[in-house]
Design a protein around this ligand. Structure first.
Ligand code: FAD
Length: 589
C-alpha cells in the first residue's frame, strides 16, 4: 500500500525559516492578511485532503481509467466525490480573484498546495488545476461580464476549464493551427475545427466546461501573429448543448484517470477574449501558470516516489552493512545501510527539497511581479519569472521523473511490478516532460528567447541575486568555492550563447537543454547553500528539531559534493557549440 505524508515541516522550513514569507506577505497590500498561522492551516488542511481523499484513488483510478461512450466520459470510481469535496472546500479558487469568489492566496503558498495534490493523484488533480489556470486567464484578459459570469462557478468547481491549443498537425508550432472562427453576430463567432489531446475536454465531474480555444479569424495573418482566443462553453445560457463534442479519448502510458480528448468544434458559439490576432499573448498567461503547475507535478511525483522508496529501504533486508559496527543481529541489514542505496535516496531527497525551495522562490517572484508596490522591484521580479518559468517546468519534471526511476531502482524488481505502486509513478510522471510545451521547447525558450535575443539581460539579473548572497557572507564558507565556480561557469556559458548566436543561429538550440540544466543546477546549489546556512543557524541557536536540521545540512553537503560537479560537464557540452550536432548530414543518420 503506497504511503504519503504531506511534507508539512519542510514546506514550513522553506516558507518561513528560509524566505521569511510572513514578513514578505505583510509588506504587500494584496497579501497583507496572510500570516504564518493561516498559511500553515491551509497547508495542513490541503495535506490532509491529499492524504485522505486523493491518495486512496490513485492506484484504482489508474487501473480503471476513464471510459468513453458516445461523446460522454466517465471518470474512475470515487473521482466525483473527491472532486466535490475538493471544490466545496474552496480549493479551486485558492489563488483566485477575491472580487469574484477566489481567495487571493499568494502563489508562493499555492505552489505548496499544488505539490501535495499532484503527488497523491495527478490524474484527478489535473481537472481542477486546469480550471484554476483558465480562471486566471479570464480574470486577466476577459471582459467584466465574462468574469462575473464564469469566475464564481469556476472557483466553485461547478464549471471546469480547458486549454485547447493542440491540433493534429500543430503541436509545438502553434502558428500552424487551422481552427476557424467566423463572425456570427455582434456577440459571437462560430468555431470550426478539431483539437486533440485536450485534458479534461469532457468528463462527469462538473456541470459545465468552458474551453479556451485558439483559432483563426477569416482575414488573419499567417503564423502565430494571426491567432485569436475564444471562450466556448459546453452548455449555453439556455441550457442547450453548444456544438462542441468529444470524439474519443486517448489510451495512454500514464495519468489514465485524466481524460485526454479529441474535441470537435462544429460551428460552436464562441466569445472572443482580448484583441483579434492577439490571442497567443493572452494564452501565455494561462500557459505560464500551467508551466509552473506542471513543474509541481514533477516535484510531487519525485516526492511520493522518494517517500515510498525510503519506507521500503528501511524495511527490506539484503546484504550486510559495509561497516561491521552497523551490522544488526539478523542474517542481513536494511537496504538503507548500503552506500549505493543511499546515493539513490539522497539524490531524490536533494532534488525534491531543492525543488521545493526553488518553487517557492519562483512563486514569490510571481507575487512580487503582481503586487510589489515598488515598480522597479515588480519589473525585476517579472524578468525573473520570465527567465525561470521554463527552468521550473523542465527541471522539476526532469528531476521528478529521474526521482521516480531512482525510487524504482531502490525497490529492485518490486519497483518494476505493479504491486508497490512505483511503476505507476514512473508512468504518470513521464507526461509532465512532454505536455505544456515539451522540455525541449522550454529549453529553447530559455536559451534563445530569454537569453540570446535578450542579450543576457535577464540572466544578469538572476546572477546578481546570487552574487549578492555570496558577497553578503551568507554562503557557508565550505560551500562557497563550489557555488562561485558554478556561477562563473553559468556566466561564461551565457556570454558564449549571447555572442555565439550572433554568428551561428543554431547555437542557442544546440546549447539549450544543457543550459537549462545548468541553470537549474546552479539555482539549487544556491538555495542549498542558503538552506544549509539557515539550518546551521538554527542548530547554533539550539532551537530544537536537531534531526531535521542536521538532515538538511547533510543533504545540502551531498548536493554540493555529488550533484553540483555536473556543472562542469554541462559547460563543456555547451561550449562544444553546434558543430558536433550539425556535422552529420540527414543521410548519414
Ligand atoms: C496526455 C496529454 C495531455 C495533453 N493536454 C493538452 C491540453 O490540455 N491542451 C493542449 O492544447 N494540448 C495538450 N497536449 C498536447 C501537448 O501539449 C503536445 O503533445 C506537446 O506540446 C508537443 O506537441 P506534439 O505532440 O505535436 O509534438 P511536436 O511538436 O511534433 O514535437 C515532437 C518533438 O520535436 C521537438 N520539437 C518540435 N519543434 C521543435 C523546435 N522548434 N525546436 C526544437 N525541438 C522541437 C519537441 O520538443 C518534441 O521532442 C497534451 C498531450 C498529452 C499527451
Amino acid at each position: 500500500m503506497p504511503v504519503y505524508t504531506a511534507p508539512r515541516r519542510d514546506l514550513a522550513f522553506v516558507l518561513f525559516d528560509l524566505f521569511g514569507a510572513d514578513k514578505l506577505w505583510s509588506a504587500m497590500k494584496a497579501t497583507a492578511e496572510v500570516d504564518r498561522d493561516l498559511a500553515e492551516a491551509i497547508i495542513d488542511a490541503g495535506g490532509k485532503l491529499a492524504e485522505s481523499a486523493f491518495l486512496p484513488l490513485n492506484a484504482s483510478g489508474d487501473a480503471e481509467g476513464c471510459r468513453f461512450d458516445s461523446g460522454t466520459v466517465t471518470t474512475p470510481e470515487g473521482f466525483r466525490d473527491a472532486y466535490r469535496t475538493y471544490s466545496e472546500g474552496g480549493w479551486v479558487g485558492l489563488g483566485g480573484d477575491p472580487e469574484h469568489g477566489g481567495q487571493g492566496m499568494p502563489k508562493m503558498l499555492t505552489v505548496a498546495v499544488e505539490e501535495m495534490f499532484f503527488a497523491t493523484n495527478p490524474s484527478l488533480y489535473l481537472y481542477p488545476v486546469l480550471s484554476a489556470g483558465a480562471a486566471l486567464l479570464i480574470a486577466s484578459h476577459g471582459s467584466q461580464a465574462m468574469k462575473k459570469r464564469w469566475l464564481p462557478e469556476m472557483y466553485a468547481g461547478t464549471t471546469s476549464g480547458t486549454m485547447c491549443l493542440t491540433e493534429p498537425h500543430a503541436g509545438s508550432d502553434l502558428g500552424l493551427l487551422r481552427t476557424r472562427a467566423e463572425p456570427l453576430d455582434n456577440e459571437c463567432h462560430a468555431l470550426t475545427g478539431t483539437k486533440i489531446f485536450i485534458t479534461g475536454g469532457e468528463h462527469d465531474l462538473a456541470d459545465n466546461i468552458v474551453h479556451l480555444v485558439l483559432a483563426r479569424l477569416p482575414d488573419a495573418p499567417e503564423g502565430s501573429k494571426g491567432i485569436s482566443l475564444f471562450l466556448v462553453p459546453k452548455f449555453l445560457e439556455d441550457g442547450t448543448r453548444n456544438a462542441v463534442t468529444a470524439g474519443s479519448i486517448e489510451h495512454k502510458m500514464g495519468i489514465r484517470g485524466s481524460a485526454t480528448c479529441v474535441l470537435n468544434f462544429d460551428g460552436a458559439r464562441a466569445w472572443m477574449i482580448g484583441e483579434p490576432n492577439r490571442g497567443l499573448a493572452c494564452m501565455f498567461t494561462m500557459m505560464n501558470y500551467e508551466r509552473l503547475s506542471i513543474g509541481m507535478q514533477g516535484l510531487g511525483a519525485g516526492e511520493i516516489a522518494y517517500q515510498n522508496a525510503l519506507a521500503y529501504a528501511r524495511e527490506r533486508v539484503q546484504g550486510r552493512a559495509p561497516i561491521a559496527e552497523e551490522r544488526g543481529e539478523g542474517a542481513a541489514d536494511p537496504l538503507l545501510v548500503h552506500p549505493d542505496v543511499r546515493r539513490l535516496l539522497l539524490t531524490q531527497k536533494a532534488y525534491n527539497e531543492g525543488g521545493r525551495a526553488f518553487s517557492a522562490f519562483v512563486g514569490l517572484q510571481l507575487d512580487l511581479s503582481k503586487y510589489a508596490d515598488d515598480e522597479n522591484e515588480a519589473r525585476r521580479a517579472a524578468d525573473l519569472v520570465a527567465f525561470l518559468t521554463p527552468v521550473a517546468k523542465a527541471y522539476f519534471t526532469d528531476r521528478g521523473f529521474d526521482g521516480c526511476v531512482l525510487a524504482q531502482q531502490v525497490l529492485g524488481g518490486h519497483g518494476y511490478v505493479a504491486e508497490w505502486g512505483i511503476e505507476q509513478y514512473v508512468r504518470d510522471a513521464r507526461i509532465a516532460q512532454i505536455y505544456e510545451g515539451t522540455n525541449g521547447i522550454q529549453a529553447m525558450d530559455l536559451a534563445e528567447r530569454k537569453t540570446a535575443r535578450d542579450g543576457g539581460r535577464m540572466a544578469q539579473a538572476y546572477m546578481e541575486g546570487m552574487a549578492a548572497f555570496i558577497a553578503d557572507q551568507r554562503c557557508p564558507e565550505r560551500l562557497r568555492p563550489g557555488l562561485e565556480e558554478a556561477l562563473e561557469l553559468f556566466s561564461r556559458c551565457t556570454r558564449f550563447i549571447v555572442d555565439g548566436a550572433k554568428k551561428d543561429p543554431a547555437l542557442p538550440g544546440s546549447a539549450a537543454a544543457d543550459y537549462l540544466e545548468l541553470t537549474g543546477l546552479l539555482s539549487y546549489a544556491w538555495l542549498w547553500a542558503w538552506m544549509v546556512g539557515v539550518a546551521e543557524g538554527k542548530l547554533a541557536e539550539g532551537s530544537g528539531e536537531e534531526a531535521f536540521m542536521r538532515g538538511k545540512v547533510a543533504t545540502g553537503e551531498f548536493f554540493h559534493a555529488r550533484l553540483l560537479p555536473m556543472a562542469g560537464v554541462l559547460a563543456r557540452r555547451i561550449e562544444s557549440g553546434s558543430e558536433p550536432l550539425l556535422a552529420i548530414s540527414a543521410e548519414q543518420f
